[in-house]
Design a protein around this ligand. Structure first.
Ligand code: HEM
Length: 181
């Protein structure tokens, strides 16, 4: 996708910017799915929702990988074309969320989960919510003018709605046998 963006944008600064925007969108959509995968399965037990839930760790890592491309393209943009540094707000907010996403990907293992205990869930909740807030802040204001921003905003809102709706529901046991039913 990044290669296509670079090519579509003529290979220069515009191509890099198209890639930055595209990777922000893929990260946001993946995050929306990860955000509600557990809630979806609790609300609508079905092999497809179970598949999402069982694989949410991989979807989470994919979110971080997609964001890694966003950062790599940003490095190229600032190294090659833009001499003015990003604003302090972008650096602080974006930097914090980027570090959180890196941390979430690095600790997406059973061993880290055991080692960090209850803090694992707290840190993952903080990371995923802070990314959600940054995306909401970026896409909600453009939702009515830009259909893509509108679609992502709806996905972000649905993901939160599902989480709220499912909160308090007991966790349904999940297993690979369940997938085969
Ligand atoms: C230090 C880290 C970051 C920097 C310096 C940064 C910088 C930028 C820049 C310069 C753009 C505009 C590209 C263009 O339109 O030409 C952009 C777009 C964007 N970034 Fe980042 N970013 C960072 C991290 C993040 C993080 C952590 C998120 C979300 C979790 C994020 C989400 C977005 C979004 C949603 C857009 C707008 C895409 C669109 O208009 O469709 N960024 N970023």
């Amino acid at each position: 996708m990044c290669v296509i963006c670079l090519w579509a944008g003529g290979g220069g600064e515009e191509g890099i910017r198209v890639g930055i925007r595209a990777t922000a969108r893929t990260t946001a959509l993946l995050l929306a799915v990860v955000f509600c995968s557990s809630a979806l399965q609790r609300l609508f037990p079905h092999p497809w929702t179970l598949l999402l839930r069982v694989n949410r760790r991989y979807l989470g890592v994919s979110t971080a990988v997609s964001h890694g491309y966003h950062l790599a393209l940003l490095v190229a943009l600032y190294a090659l074309w833009v001499s003015e540094p990003p604003s302090i707000l972008t650096l602080a907010g974006g930097g914090f969320v980027s570090l959180m996403l890196l941390f979430l990907a690095a600790t997406s293992t059973n061993a880290s989960q055991r080692r960090l205990g209850a803090n694992w869930r707290r840190l993952h909740l903080l990371g995923i919510w802070s990314a959600w807030v940054v995306f909401a802040g970026a896409y909600f204001p453009q939702a009515l003018d830009d259909p893509l921003a509108g679609t992502i905003s709806i996905a972000l809102l649905i993901s939160v709605g599902l989480r709220v709706w499912a909160s308090g529901r007991t966790v349904r046991p999940h297993s690979w046998e369940g997938l085969q039913k």
